[in-house]
Design a binder for this molecule. Structure first.
Ligand code: GDP
Length: 366
């Protein structure tokens, strides 16, 4: 059970939910991520989305403009400060999700190819999300492949469906019913989200289904809206910002001029330059001083001048590149810890590795 110290945290200080896109290969995860980014960029929302390390950050303002396009009766206050979407769908860190003590992501998009229904990795992702109790929406993707689909670029899904002929609607109905049945066979109750009550998205175990096209953009705003709703209504307690460091290695990469770097997702707490950090390697824990904390510049123009912005301190949730010595054997998907002034280095080393030991034990019994 997760220990939540409610006293030290506040509902007025929520952090960004960390969102991942999961699903079977070729269902459209990459395209959907591109589409979510582009839909926002094309709106001319300068500064509305920012590239971070390993993740894309959506400002609250961007979430507001996007979700406002849905029926006015669904307008709602966005209380989360933004959203962090992990850039690599099916990232190897998330393959470890089911085995890790704490889940890396807060909400998820499970992509299903509407033409194929459930596939092996769909079921695998589904099981991980259920086990970790991560709320998610199902994107029934490739709706534009339905017979004689009329493109309604970047339109809320219900508006797009109104434009379709009888034959298209009937194919859509039958395909979504098939998927619903397949999900039900796995014990997952689901429904087209607008056929559910408002509260059902947040308070029941029913999974909302959103038809989408990652190519033409129908349904993309609907997905964002549901993720925001789930974040602030279902898991807001988990999203109350917490000073205890919670951070995970996304990737270990050599960068020209910087040497080996570690891309870290900081979910809660701070990382600071000069911190004594503990990482996992296959050969055991390493302790190293954080020599630099880098993020990409906020705009493309700046990118020409400098490759990265240096920070003295960063606050979760965000993605950051860490530079330091001896980082080459650090493993993706493992936690990062800091040796604080009152900590024993040996205790922290043991704690970092305990996560990995549990992981190995679990993997060998799978
Ligand atoms: P991933 O493996 O899940 O990341 O899938 P991709 O995003 O690479 O997409 C796989 C293929 O499906 C590509 O050829 C995409 O162009 C195509 N695709 C993805 N989404 C859609 C969609 O909504 N409609 C159509 N027609 N094709 C799509």
């Amino acid at each position: 059970e997760e220990k939540i110290n409610l006293a030290a945290r506040s509902p007025d200080d929520l952090r960004c939910p960390v969102t991942v896109i999961m699903g079977h290969v070729d269902t459209g995860k990459t395209k959907l991520l591109d589409k979510i980014r582009k839909t926002n960029v094309q709106e001319g929302e300068a500064g509305g989305i920012t590239q971070q390390i390993g993740a894309t950050y959506f400002e609250k303002k961007t979430l507001e403009t996007q979700t406002a396009k849905l029926n006015a009766t669904e307008a709602f206050d966005i209380k989360i400060p933004g959203m962090l979407v992990i850039d690599t769908p099916g990232h190897e860190s998330f393959a470890n999700l089911r085995s890790r003590g704490s889940s890396l992501c807060d909400v998820a998009i499970l992509v299903i190819d509407m033409m194929h229904g459930l596939e092996p990795q769909t079921i695998e992702s589904l099981n991980m999300l259920r086990e970790k109790k991560v709320p998610f929406v199902v994107a029934l993707n490739k709706i534009d492949r339905c017979y004689a689909w009329k493109t309604c670029k970047d339109t809320p899904i219900r508006d797009a469906l109104k434009e379709q002929e009888e034959g298209t609607i009937s194919e859509f109905r039958s395909r979504s019913a098939d998927t619903k049945l397949q999900l039900a066979e796995l014990g997952v109750n689901s429904n087209l989200y607008w056929e559910m009550g408002d509260d059902d998205w947040c308070n029941s175990d029913f999974i909302p289904l959103v038809p989408t096209s990652a190519i033409t953009g129908e349904g993309v705003q609907d997905v964002l809206m549901l993720l925001c709703q789930m974040s602030q209504r279902k898991i807001w307690k988990k999203l109350m910002w917490c000073a205890n460091l919670e951070a995970t290695v996304l990737e270990v990469k050599a960068i020209d001029g910087l040497g080996m770097t570690v891309d870290v997702l900081v979910v809660n707490g701070h990382l600071r330059e000069g911190d004594k950090a503990v990482f996992c390697t296959l050969n055991g824990p390493i302790v190293t001083e954080i020599r630099g904390l880098l993020t990409p510049p906020p705009s493309r123009e700046m990118r020409v001048k400098s490759e990265y912005i240096h920070h003295k301190e960063v606050k979760g949730a965000l993605g950051v590149k860490v530079i330091g010595n001896n980082l080459d054997k650090v493993m993706a998907g493992t936690p990062v810890m800091i040796v604080g002034p009152n900590d024993e280095e040996e205790d922290i080393k043991a704690e970092v590795m305990s996560d990995l030991t549990n992981l190995e034990a679990k993997l060998s019994t799978d």
